[in-house]
Design a protein around this ligand. Sequence first.
Ligand code: PLP
Length: 370
Amino acid sequence: MVKSEILDELKKYREMDLKYEDGKIFGSMCSNVFPITKKIVEMFLETNLGDPGLFKGTKLLEEKAIKLIGELLNNKNPYGHIVSGGTEANLMVLRCIKNMCKERNEKPIIVLPVTAHFSFEKGRDMMDLNYIYAPIKKDLTVDEKFVKDAVEDYNASAIVGIAGTTEFGTVDNIEELSKIAKDNECYIHVDAAFGGFVIPFLKKKYKFDFSLGVDSITIDPHKMALCPIPAGGIVFKNIGYKKYLITEAPYLTETAQATILGTRVGYGAACTYAILKYYKDKIREIVNVCMENSYYLYKKLKENGFDVIKPTLNIVNILDDDYINTYNKLKEKGYYLSICKNLKALRIVVMPHVKKEHIDALIEVLKEIS
Ligand code: PLP
């Protein structure tokens, strides 16, 4: 086959995919990337952070990216990695907790909200961890009183709080959870995979970062920082946590590896560095537009008689007893929303590709269906 034939064939397949700009994707946490990142991807396409001794410049960029994320999260001495996503970030944290417990001869018991992302279930399955799921309150944030009792009663080793839940975009009371962790000398992880690049740019302030003394934070550049996939972020309070993560890697240029993936491309680190260094104000602007559009959607839905939850971040939920049916009908019409687990509700993520005209069109379809 000649090159043009191969590319034409691939193009046909690519054309079967939905495109963010078509305005039909309402359930994804990814979006169109910053245009400059396409050049960066090309430049770093053949890099491998799994063998950092060969890619010293890219490794330095990863360290600088982590430093910039640290600054955003009030941590002057962060240790971490740009990984494949929130799943890998959370798995690394679970591995850290598991190995810490092993060192202390403790059974790993973790208290986490029912709203925790399903990556935690993957971790439980792989690492034989013990979970106590804490319910959520009326405001859809974790019940801190339950967490406190569970930590004390079961002598738990770790707490997980969510800053920007996948389903509702709600922010757990991390300040209170941190106090519980401190009082009981247990580990606290904050999953801010989605909220990490939203919350610091909001007018309303939420405390969720290292200023509270938390041990680790998941924060994904490939979500609201508009970096290309794969770019997840895991940041620990300091380098001290590394010993719980490393595996010997004798035949590589660096003989210890902390990430779950081995061979891993370096463009996520390069893109994260470039975006945080040169486009931070642009993220702020984008977050503000997404929030404005979320309120626009909320208001319009209310005006049209839908039962809607007021958004905390750029996620809007429509309460609907028949939510699965509505979701399927929307899909038939080419509109891709998603559904919640903890409420009978639809979930709309108002990412930067979701414009007001797309919202208007969605509301018309919703009206038609209902
Ligand atoms: N944590 C939270 C709070 C999320 O919302 C998500 C994804 O939606 C993840 C973790 C997993 O991220 P990824 O899909 O990048 O692995």
